[in-house]
Design a protein around this ligand. Structure first.
Ligand code: DCP
Ligand code: CA
Ligand code: CA
Length: 367
């Protein structure tokens, strides 16, 4: 592969080549490596199923378990009904974070600009590293090989002219996929896909679009944009551009850890208050674990709640002290979520964020 100093150019205009890398069945894949004796069996990572009576949700499962209809975000009790003989393992967040940071370190080296996106995926702007899409494919193959050699894990890579297309492409041939979508092929690639493949088009919007006769991204791209604006406001215009594969957002470096957060989208919208609170507790526990393991304290706790209609609220509180106590985090989160729990509306997602972080190191210096 030839390296160039200048950005890839096309008729004098610089073009972008963006990768999206997403690890395959991440938590479960890491567990397969930890427990080779379970390889080949269905593995479910998540809450304790307690023989079908457990509360909490599935974090993820390997592809063998997915054959039984098990999905992330599904109640663990339902997973048990579908596949009681699966191997059920608790979430070992510390382990996955360690593996993740090693992978991110590898990926970062290949990129001009790098943006981690969640625990198991990242965007890489490789525009100056490659000459053309053929080069890009080779580079992606190199990355996949290096990750596999180091971690015995597979990933799926999507390559496109922007983040939107790269992200959809990485999902196209999962697992262990490599999908290249050149700029000229973007619209043809997107057109047959269902509209919910577009980031931020969830179940509700999908239903509304379907009601207008819009099933595929192609249907959306051919729809009258002024009608979309009328029905969906600014969001309608955004969806229309996305359907044409247009996205100018930059791959953004994030230098500093400003916050730590975890959220869960329920497999099915729920109004079960106990279930919501238990899920919130579990999220608080996970993010608290990350806080302690990274040797931070926090001062602000924020909860996020998304109703079935995608209306989203966040509500935060800054405590009078820095803390790394689980009790403080869970109690504050429960208090904050309280006002959003309305019997008449189902909940789609809950989340917990810790911010105003101070690292143990810095704290020592401040004392
Ligand atoms: N995760 C979670 N709860 C969810 C969704 C995901 O705890 N509702 C965790 C477990 C996943 C990890 O985040 O392993 C990454 O999520 P992905 O959506 O990328 O799913 P996977 O990597 O598990 O599977 P895929 O191969 O489909 O990417
Ligand atoms: Ca993944
Ligand atoms: Ca992911």
């Amino acid at each position: 592969m030839r390296k160039r100093d200048q950005r890839t150019e096309c008729e004098g205009q610089s073009i972008r080549i963006i990768f999206h890398v997403d690890m395959d069945y991440f938590f479960a894949a890491v567990e397969e490596n930890e427990h080779p004796e379970h390889k080949g069996k269905p593995i479910v990572v998540g809450a304790n199923p307690k023989e079908g009576k457990g509360r909490g949700v599935v974090s993820t499962s390997n592809y063998e378990a997915r054959e039984f209809g098990i999905r992330s975000g599904m109640p663990i009790s339902r997973a048990w009904q579908r596949c009681p003989h699966a191997v059920y393992l608790p979430v070992d967040y510390k382990l996955y974070t360690e593996v993740s940071s090693r992978i991110m370190k590898i990926l970062r080296r290949y990129a001009d600009k790098f943006e981690q996106w969640g625990i198991d995926e990242a965007f890489l702007d490789v525009s100056s590293k490659v000459e053309d899409y053929e080069d890009a494919r080779e580079l992606a193959q190199e990355i996949k090989t290096e990750i596999y050699r180091n971690e015995k894990l597979t990933c799926s890579v999507g390559i496109g002219p922007n983040k939107l297309v790269a992200k959809i492409a990485s999902d196209f041939e999962k697992p262990n996929g490599l999908t290249v979508v050149e700029e000229k092929d973007v619209e043809a690639f997107l057109a047959p896909l269902p509209v919910n493949k577009l980031l931020y088009v969830g179940k509700k919007t999908t239903r509304r679009l379907n009601a207008l006769g819009i099933e595929t991204i192609g249907d959306l791209a051919n729809y009258d944009p002024s009608m979309l604006a009328e029905k969906f406001g600014v969001w309608g215009g955004q969806m229309y551009l996305s359907a044409h594969g247009i996205d100018h957002s930059e791959v953004q470096e994030r230098w500093e850890i400003k916050s730590m957060s975890r959220d869960t989208t329920f497999d099915e919208d729920t109004s079960d208050v106990d279930f919501i609170l238990e899920t919130l507790d579990a999220l608080a526990e996970t993010v608290h674990k990350q806080l302690v393991e990274s040797n931070f304290t926090c001062k602000t706790v924020t909860v996020k709640m998304r109703y079935e209609n995608f209306e989203t609220h966040t509500h935060g509180r800054t405590l009078p002290f820095q803390t790394n106590r689980l009790e403080d985090v869970q109690k504050t989160a429960r208090e904050l979520i309280h006002e959003f729990l309305r019997g008449d509306r189902k909940v789609r997602l809950v989340g917990v964020k810790l911010s105003n972080l101070v690292s143990g190191e810095k704290q020592k210096r401040l004392l």
